[in-house]
Design a protein around this ligand. Sequence first.
Ligand code: KG4
Ligand code: ZN
Length: 365
Amino acid sequence: MTQTLTLLGIESSCDDTAAAVVRHVAGQAPQILSSVVEGQVALHAAFGGVVPEIAARAHAERLDHCVEAALQAAGVSLTDLDAVAVTAGPGLIGGVLSGVMLAKALSAASGLPLVGVNHLAGHALTPRLTDQMPFPYLMLLVSGGHCQFLIAHDAIRFERLGGTIDDAPGEAFDKTAKLLGLPQPGGPAVQAEAELGCARRFAFPRPLLDRPGCDMSFSGLKTALLRARDALVAEKGGITVQDRRDLCAGFQAAVADVLAEKSRRALETYLALAPQEPALAVAGGVAANTAIRARLTDLCAQMGARFLAPPLALCTDNAAMIAWAGIERFRAGERDDFSLVARPRWPLDPSAAPMIGHGKKGAKA
Ligand code: KG4
Ligand code: ZN
């Protein structure tokens, strides 16, 4: 086994243009030598969601700058690298294509091997980048574009236990914020309001809790919130500051209840494997929510599993996770060549039933 591997990672599947360099000495903790992320929030702000064409153009314009900045910050040049890892899907196709084309060009010019990475594998392998988490562990991805439970058996094999059948929770937070006149991204704004509200005033549904399994649904929650808001407007001509806080608190409690109960079921399935060091790890922007974190922390304590939430910068989209997933794949003997294609859809677990729905952040896997 090659003792030391240094990989460049490239990420451009949604609205963050990112490049990073990660080094791993076998048997030691990986080192993030650099991680550059250029967000596109300002470019999409006026449209209430990510506009794929704008995202693709911005990636194409900024990727080479990000790569240069990442190499410079890491103090390495192309000749110090062992391979180039790139997100090859799933995601918005124009952005994924920009990244894949750049990685192929770098590989062709330098002779470095190419490693195509599934963006979700990047998230799912982050607990090993940050905490050297041993396999198998349970992963909950909760962001604006993803929501699924995965058992990471090894660097290549992920078992999907369930996921959202429509919106991702982050998307529901963002839509809730929009309906209540709060700023984007909606998650932090809704959380701040919820902390001042009463969660019991509005009885919002807990979708799919009555059905077995780990699948979830969040789109009905947004409709329920819209109805509650409209009923208040019809009754008194508008909503008060306290109404808004109570609506946010009720909404957040419903999301937290659903995530906690479905996590309990996913943990039951996972714990039946008798893992030596049982753990539930989270990734994605929604993992920043303090109420949801508190519920998952309690649940893990009750069920005898470690709860791990990597630092937020590594929970949200970044290229260090892509470089790291590339290192794991490379060590497992996986390589790609110039036939590597950009894939809008690419389920991590090919045996799991495909999910329906397209979130505002693009196709879901
Ligand atoms: O992982 P992420 O940065 O991007 C992708 O979706 O790929 O996640 C962003 C999402 C947004 O929908 C945002 O509203 C949500 O994460 N979010 C939160 C919080 N902070 C960010 N949702 C709930 N509570 C938060 N504190
Ligand atoms: Zn992501």
